[in-house]
Design a protein around this ligand. Structure first.
Ligand code: C5P
Length: 400
């Protein structure tokens, strides 16, 4: 997928530098050529020997390395790459980039380059949240630098919060996106995700337990293969994935509008748990408890079925329309009937009965229903389901 692409990888000084060794391996597995550069601080965390052994190339670290100057000057080194990746990027390295300093090889390369730059920050949570670092982040973004992470989590320093370097595979995905190198480059895919909230009155609404985790993983996996993803999401528990165009909605009707506005597209994946009904007349003021024991009566209207509508479109119908079926019994039979009823190409069916732990959990067990029949996938993480689905979408669109 990255075959023949040259990545100049700058490894800064931070405990996350050990993950850069895995990153080199993952990039090489995908056919990339990795030219490693170690900062002086980076030397304290990983050895040039292990970096060179994994990269299969000499490690550069000295600005005034005369042999290298004779063979390939530092300007040249920064320009032959297709992408510069800084992982981990310390607060200090980001600050240097903002100031345009060039007092070591890494900062000089970053200043001299005319190639895109992708930065994976890693630092203590307070350093990341400090206004100075946040200012630097905004400035670098304005300068056209792309970022992946940092992620939330436990940190080596014992604190918790944003600051952990993105995982190597997330960085690989970001590299693929930055290089526009995946099999779905040039393809536009609409993804719906999360629950919808259907208002009862200004303070109450009807919702469901969808976390948005599966839809988010699908958006991420499609974007990682290079697709241009329009990610239409209801109020989900998880943040939207990187590298997609996010459209936030609340109700089914807003979701429908957003989906139609995003068409035409090559494919559409409807992973949202759209409420089937809405309250027929939303009260403009909060419904009061009367206190005489009488109860409010809610009457419902049916929401538009976005999947069925898009499946039956004429010219604007995406080439591939994928729906989900969350069932609690007779999964294959119900999902097969649903595929016929909705007119979509594929249904990814899953058993969401409480004992499976799938709704809101990290794993999923799905059956892919297509014209060819039912194909049962082994139980795997939602990320793996998403990657498998994205690969199948690429295959179906003839772009794998
Ligand atoms: O009919 P049911 O809700 O089980 O269908 C589930 C599939 O249909 C999912 O792919 C969901 O995103 C989609 N759907 C929709 N609009 C609705 C209801 C469901 O797009 N109003």
């Amino acid at each position: 997928m990255l075959s023949g692409k040259r990545i100049l990888l700058i490894i800064g000084g931070g405990i996350a530098a050990y993950k850069s060794l895995d990153l080199i391996r993952r990039l090489k597995e995908r056919g990339a050529l990795v030219t490693p550069v170690l900062t002086a601080a980076g030397h304290e965390f990983v050895t040039p020997l292990s970096v060179a052994a994994l990269a299969g190339e000499k490690v550069h670290s000295d600005l005034f390395d005369l042999t290298a100057e004779a063979e390939m000057g530092h300007i040249q080194l920064s320009r032959v790459a297709d992408l510069l990746v800084v992982a981990p990027a310390t607060a200090d390295l980001m600050a240097k980039m903002v100031q345009g300093r060039a007092d070591d090889l890494a900062s000089t390369l970053l200043l001299a380059t005319d190639t895109p730059v992708l930065v994976a920050p890693a630092m203590n949570v307070r350093m990341w949240q400090h206004p100075a670092t946040q200012r630097n982040l905004s400035t670098l973004r304005l300068d056209g630098v792309s970022f992946v992470g940092p992620n939330d989590g436990d940190m080596a320093c014992g604190e918790f919060g944003p600051g952990r370097m993105a995982e190597p595979l997330e960085i690989v995905d970001a590299v693929t996106r930055s290089l526009g190198a995946g099999p779905l480059v040039g393809k536009r895919v609409v993804v719906t995700s999360g629950p919808t909230h259907e208002p009862i009155d200004p303070v109450r609404y009807i919702a469901n337990r969808s976390s948005g985790a599966q839809g988010t993983a699908i958006g991420a996996a499609l974007a990682a293969l290079g697709a241009e993803v329009v990610f239409v999401t209801g109020p989900a528990d998880v943040p939207p994935p990187p590298g997609v165009q996010v459209v936030k909605v609340k109700t089914a009707r807003e979701m429908r509008e957003a989906v139609h506005a995003a068409l035409p597209a090559d494919a559409a994946v409807f992973a949202a748990a759209v409420a089937d009904w809405r309250v027929a007349r939303e009260s403009r003021s909060k419904i009061k408890k009367i206190g005489d024991g009488s109860l409010p009566v809610l009457t419902f209207s049916e929401n538009p079925d976005i999947l069925a509508e898009v499946s039956s479109l004429g010219g604007d119908r995406p080439e591939l329309v994928v729906g989900f079926a969350a069932e609690t019994d007779d999964v294959v039979a119900h999902a097969t009937a649903k595929r016929d009823r909705k007119g979509c190409d594929w249904i990814l069916a899953n058993d969401v009965s409480p004992e499976t732990g799938i709704m809101g959990g990290v794993e999923n067990a799905v059956v892919l229903i297509s014209e060819a029949g039912a194909e049962t996938w082994p139980r795997m993480t939602k990320t793996e389901v998403a990657q498998r689905l994205a690969a199948r979408v690429a295959q179906a669109l003839g772009s794998d």
